[in-house]
Design a protein around this ligand. Structure first.
Ligand code: C5P
Length: 299
C-alpha cells in the first residue's frame, strides 16, 4: 500500500520583512499565492526510513534526515509513538533552492501522506503545528490557495482570491540559500530604520478582485535587493520579462527564481517564449494560481 500527495509551489506576491529578531528570524508580512507547479510525495511502508528523489534537480536534494520530508515523518511518528519506517519518494518538479518553497512542499506532502498511511488521524491543527516546527513556509504548503503569513511567516490567515492569475517563472542557473539572503538583507539595512512589516491593502484588494493590473501595481519583495546583490545577473532576467510585456517582474521569495505576472494566458506564452531565448535563465515555466494545497491523490 502507498499514498501519494501532491503539493504546490508558491510565489510571494508581497514579502515585507522587518528587522532581525533576537532569535535571528525576521517578522514578515508574507502574502503567499500557491501556483500550479507541483511535487508529488509517495510514502510506502519499508524496513527503515529512507528518501529517494527523481526529477530534473534531483541530484541537489539531500536524501538524509535533514530533508524536510524525512523530518516530517519523524515528527509525526514521534507524536504518535510510531516507528517512522517508511520509504518517501519525491517526484520533484519545483525548482530546488529556488525561492518557491520546494523543500517546504515536500515536508507538508510527507506529513499528510504519512498521516494517511499510518491512520494517525492528526487534526488539521496538529498538522499545522508540526508544519510550523519544520519551517516558516511549510504551513502554507499544506494550506495552499492564498494566505497572509505573519510572525516568521507561519501564522496564516486565509485570503480570498477573485480569479486566476497567470504567471511565468524563470529558473536560474544556480540556487540561493535563504539564510544567506536574509543575512544580506540585514547587511544592506545596517544603520537604517526598518519599519514593521504590514500587508498592503491595495494588494489584498487586487487579489480579492482577481485584477492582474492592480496586483501588478502592488507586488513587492523586500528580499529582492538582497537577492540581486548576491546574484546581480537576475536583473537581466527581470528586464527581459518586462520588455516582453510582463505586467510585473519580481524575485520569488528569497530567489533566485524570478516571477512574471501576465494579463492572460496568451501574454504569458509570449513572455515565456521571450525569456526562453533571452539567455538569462535556465528554464521557463508557465502556470497559474491559486492552486490547491497538499492533496492526497490515492494509493
Ligand atoms: O523557517 P525556515 O527554516 O524556512 O527558514 C530558513 C532560514 O531563513 C532561517 O534559518 C533564517 O535564516 C531565515 N528566515 C528568517 N526569517 C523568517 C524566515 C526565515 O530570517 N521569517
Amino acid at each position: 500500500m502507498s499514498v501519494t500527495v501532491r503539493v504546490p509551489a508558491k510565489v510571494n506576491v508581497q514579502l515585507a520583512v522587518g528587522a532581525a529578531r533576537p532569535d535571528g528570524f525576521h517578522d514578515l508580512a508574507n502574502v503567499f499565492l500557491a501556483v500550479g507547479l507541483y511535487d508529488e510525495v509517495t510514502v510506502t511502508p519499508a524496513d527503515e526510513l529512507r528518501v529517494t528523489c527523481a526529477g530534473p534537480d534531483a541530484d541537489q536534494v539531500p536524501l538524509d534526515r535533514t530533508n524536510l520530508a524525512a523530518r516530517a515523518a519523524v515528527a509525526l511518528a514521534a507524536r504518535h509513538g510510531i516507528d517512522p519506517a517508511v520509504h518517501i519518494h519525491i517526484a520533484k518538479d519545483i525548482p530546488v533552492a529556488g525561492g518557491m518553497a520546494g523543500g517546504s512542499a515536500d515536508g507538508a506532502g510527507a506529513l499528510v501522506a504519512c498521516d494517511e498511511l499510518w491512520g494517525t488521524e492528526a487534526t488539521r491543527e496538529e498538522l499545522l503545528d508540526i508544519c510550523a516546527e519544520l519551517g516558516s513556509d511549510v504551513p502554507f504548503s499544506l494550506v495552499g490557495g492564498a494566505a497572509l503569513g505573519t510572525g516568521r511567516g507561519e501564522k496564516l490567515a486565509v485570503l480570498e482570491v477573485g480569479g486566476a492569475f497567470h504567471w511565468v517563472f524563470a529558473m536560474a542557473e544556480r540556487g540561493l540559500s535563504t539564510p544567506a539572503v536574509f543575512r544580506e538583507f540585514d547587511r544592506l539595512g545596517e544603520g537604517t530604520d526598518i519599519p514593521e512589516p504590514v500587508a498592503s491593502r491595495e494588494l489584498l484588494d487586487a487579489l480579492a478582485k482577481g485584477d492582474p493590473d492592480a496586483l501588478a501595481a502592488a507586488v513587492s519583495n523586500d528580499l529582492q535587493p538582497a537577492a540581486l546583490s548576491l546574484f546581480p545577473e537576475l536583473a537581466d532576467t527581470l528586464a527581459a520579462g518586462r520588455t516582453a510585456g510582463a505586467l510585473a517582474a519580481l524575485v520569488s521569495g528569497s530567489g533566485p527564481t524570478t516571477a512574471f505576472l501576465a494579463r492572460d494566458p496568451e501574454s504569458a506564452a509570449k513572455v515565456a517564449a521571450a525569456l526562453a531565448t533571452s539567455g538569462t535563465c535556465r528554464t521557463v515555466r508557465v502556470t497559474s494560481g491559486p492552486a490547491l494545497g497538499a492533496t492526497v491523490l490515492g494509493g
